[in-house]
Design a protein around this ligand. Structure first.
Ligand code: ATP
Ligand code: MG
Length: 222
């Protein structure tokens, strides 16, 4: 099955009188279960494309389909619902909530999805031990290393069993050894749970680990 279809997508950012075309006619199909790297130089449009696929922004022209359904005519509420049920996000800067423990950060998407407390405890404990943090449940983000914080954010992205995880430079703030470990973890979760991954990166060693690489250059797929 197709998880994502990007059809002739153009994105123009408008800044007062000035405009900038960040994507100019991108076509891309991602199949369910893929582990796909989005590569390309700084400014080539990787984050722009991830934001469009993640329903965080709208294309200027063209259309995006998630699981073969167009997202063009969904209301803001329907988009929010789709994001919280079907998508997981991993960011360069981890974006954990500083006043919540590792456990509570991972529990949060389940609360939003109205999962019952007993089921939440079971799922949060399970995924945190899968990412190797079974002994850090009560640590706050500042009591964790960068790699451990990114593991928490991977657990948070996956705990509600999304169909697709979007990761924007997930290893950029990590040393190269830890970055490799984080990619291995994502790869393992991709294989074990069948979750599709699209991740943007400039890191050549990480690009080499992807099953498929899509190169963006000046807003076009090269
Ligand atoms: N909100 C915005 N308003 C105006 N221009 C923007 C906006 N967001 C991005 N751009 C421009 O669009 C282009 C693509 O940006 P984007 O963030 O998608 O690149 P990127 O490939 O993710 O780069 P990097 O590797 O540095 O993260 C850049 O030239 C950027 O300056
Ligand atoms: Mg970017």
């Amino acid at each position: 099955m197709e998880i994502v279809r990007v059809n002739k997508v153009k994105k123009v950012y408008q800044m007062g009188e000035l405009s900038f075309t960040a994507l100019c006619g991108v076509d891309l199909v991602v199949r369910t279960g893929e582990f796909l790297a989005l590569a390309g130089p700084s400014g080539s449009g990787k984050t722009t494309l991830l934001n469009l696929i993640g329903c965080l922004d709208h294309p200027t022209t063209g259309e995006i389909f998630l699981e073969e359904e167009s997202i063009a005519n969904l209301s803001p509420d329907q988009l929010a619902d789709l994001r919280k049920k079907k998508l997981g996000f991993i960011f360069q800067s981890f974006n954990l909530i500083p006043v919540l423990t590792a456990f509570e950060n991972v529990e949060y998407p389940l609360i939003i999805n109205k999962v019952k407390p007993a089921e939440r405890r079971k799922r949060v404990s399970k995924i945190l031990s899968e990412v190797g943090l079974g002994d850090k449940l009560t640590n706050f983000p500042h009591q964790l290393s960068g790699g451990q914080q990114q593991r928490v954010s991977i657990a948070r992205a996956l705990v509600h069993q999304p169909a697709l995880v979007l990761a924007d430079e997930p290893t950029a703030n990590l040393d190269s050894q830890t970055g490799q470990e984080i990619v291995s973890l994502m790869q393992q979760l991709n294989q074990d749970q069948g979750v599709s991954f699209i991740f943007a990166t400039h890191d050549q060693r990480i690009i080499e680990r992807a099953a498929r690489v899509v190169n963006l250059v000046d807003g076009k797929i090269a």
